[in-house]
Write a protein that binds this ligand. Structure first.
Ligand code: SAH
Length: 250
């Protein structure tokens, strides 16, 4: 049997933003694994098994897919890009810890458009100069490390994309993150809340660090923090353009 696992990025949520190679890998799979809402985005195919799971059991899901991939061709889906706070790392971790036989499984990662790039594309170019991505989830790392990274990145002048800003189980983290950033960055620094970007329910708000209200974010929101150089250009009949200039004065 083929023994192959395709780890597929579905992009932010619009069908046209899935790469043709990713779609072909999904069509060729005997079974598909993934978090339920992501699986629901994959067109139904006769004879293809589906194994939806909860979003907090990533390592178990990775192991189940590898188990199946030892004898068959299976796919695993992630929203956005599978390498950005998602399943590709969970699969690598499971391979590292798992039986020797799993090291013989062909693993192909299909990149997708990650949330921060989808949101940046909506605005202009807020990540047009040096930037970084930070997950605010403290499920897999201690909170003090998150604050340390936020302060260091802001102090170094990086624009930032914040993933996993808030959830029912993590209600205070985004407020604390804004606090840590306000200690380093000017209050006028642009902040963008991008909810369900490039989906039907998309909602984007442009504000400042001084005025940013954590309650404006939910689990489906990516937050971009600009730099002291980031510009917001008002346009009379169109949404503002937000960009971070490509050059910095010496
Ligand atoms: N692999 C995904 C990220 C998974 S972490 C990717 O590359 O996009 C989950 C977080 O991603 C969410 O909490 C949110 O911060 C962000 N996210 C995913 N899809 C999004 C979308 N369409 N719009 C805004 N944020 C999104």
């Amino acid at each position: 049997m083929s023994g192959r696992l395709d780890i597929v990025g579905l992009g932010p949520g619009r069908e046209g933003l899935v790469t043709p190679e990713a779609s072909a890998a999904l069509a060729a799979a005997a079974a598909i694994y993934g978090y339920g809402p992501y699986l629901a985005r994959v067109p139904w195919r006769e004879g293809q098994a589906r194994h939806p799971s909860d979003n907090r059991v990533e390592l178990d899901r990775a192991r189940a897919a590898l188990e199946a991939a030892a004898q068959d061709r299976v796919a695993m889906v992630s929203g956005g890009d599978p390498g950005v706070f998602a399943m590709a790392a969970a699969v690598c971790e499971a391979v590292e810890q798992g039986p020797q036989a799993w090291r013989g499984i062909e693993i192909v990662v299909h990149p997708g458009i990650t949330a921060m790039l989808a949101l940046a594309a909506r605005l202009g170019a807020p990540l047009g100069h040096d930037f970084c991505a930070i997950s605010l989830s403290d499920n897999l790392k201690p909170w003090p490390l998150v604050e340390k990274r936020l302060a260091a990145a802001a102090g170094a002048g990086f624009a930032m994309a914040l993933y996993n800003p808030i959830s029912r189980a993590r209600p205070w983290q985004l407020g604390r993150a804004f606090g840590a950033l306000r200690a380093v960055l000017p209050a006028a620094t642009p902040v963008i809340f991008g909810r369900a970007v490039m989906r039907a329910e998309e909602h984007i708000e442009i504000t400042t660090l001084g005025a940013a209200d954590p309650a404006r974010a939910d689990m489906a929101t990516c937050v971009i923090i600009g730099t002291a150089e980031t510009r917001v250009i008002a346009r009379p009949a169109l949404p503002p353009l937000v960009y971070t200039p490509r050059s910095m004065p010496a």
